[in-house]
Design a protein around this ligand. Structure first.
Ligand SMILES: O=c1ccn([C@@H]2O[C@H](COP(=O)(O)O)[C@@H](O)[C@H]2O)c(=O)[nH]1
Length: 235
């Protein structure tokens, strides 16, 4: 049983700025942060990101993955937005993670520097999918490898599934910020997520943050769905 406070990020995955703003308003009493990502940014642009995120903690989930120079420059272009958390793919390699960290340090003031989170193995991948990519020792081993690479090169934390939390805490201790998508309340449809866990179990396993999208946004009342998840985290 973990004594850490596990916080809720509501993933507002939509192309529609009005919908995102409405969701942000209704979930904000219960969620500690909102996620905006590729779907929203490509459709609505960064001005809309700024508007929806105004006054809120923003998890900007762009999952940057390119050569080091390009990722560093891309992060430099985000200084206007000042997200609280920003994602890159650990699979971009040591130099890319280091370039991302340098860009965070150089492009933001200390108070506004986003936490740099490295995505290890997407929660939509299972061991079979990893084997198709030549990774034959399973998700946990790959997460641990990429976690070591990312943390050694300046990432503040990791995005992983809740199934890897115990192994990551055993290996890297309490310090890295561990963010877990692939969260499904009891009975919720998994959809494309493969490595899933309930909010309460993820909390007990040591998550700092859980990311929940469709179980909130597809609910008849997103505010009630977010409140129920927040209540489960508070137990
Ligand atoms: O490995 C990852 C990394 C990021 N995500 C993002 O989290 C949410 C999950 O949404 P659900 O609707 O609850 O499945 C979504 O925005 C993903 O882009 C992830 O799922 N897995």
């Amino acid at each position: 049983m973990s004594s850490r406070r596990t916080r809720l990020i509501a993933a507002l995955d939509t192309r529609d700025p009005k919908q995102a703003a409405a969701w942000a308003t209704s979930v904000s009493p219960h969620a500690d942060a909102i996620k905006l990502g590729l779907e929203f940014v490509y459709a609505a642009g960064f001005e809309a990101v700024e508007k929806v995120a105004a006054g809120r903690e923003l998890f900007l989930d762009l999952k940057l993955h390119d050569i080091p120079n390009t990722v560093g420059a891309a992060i430099g272009s985000l200084s206007r937005i000042s997200p609280a958390m920003l994602t890159i793919h650990a699979g971009g390699g040591s130099a890319m993670v280091a370039a991302a960290r340098k860009a965070c340090d150089d492009s933001f003031t200390l108070e506004k520097r986003p936490l740099l989170l490295a995505v290890t193995v997407l929660t939509s991948l299972d061991d079979h999918a990893l084997a198709e990519m030549g990774v034959h020792d399973g998700a946990q081993a790959q997460v641990l490898r990429l976690a070591e690479l990312a943390l050694r090169n300046g990432a503040d934390g990791l995005v992983c599934s809740a199934h890897e939390l115990a192994a990551l805490r055993a290996e890297f201790g309490a310090e890295p910020i561990l963010v877990t998508p692939g969260i499904r309340p009891q009975g919720a449809v998994a959809g494309d997520q493969k490595r899933v866990m309930t909010p309460g179990a993820a909390k007990d396993a040591g998550a700092d943050w859980i990311v929940v999208g469709r179980p909130i946004t597809a609910a008849a009342d997103p505010a009630i769905a977010a409140a129920a998840i927040a209540a489960e985290l508070a137990l």
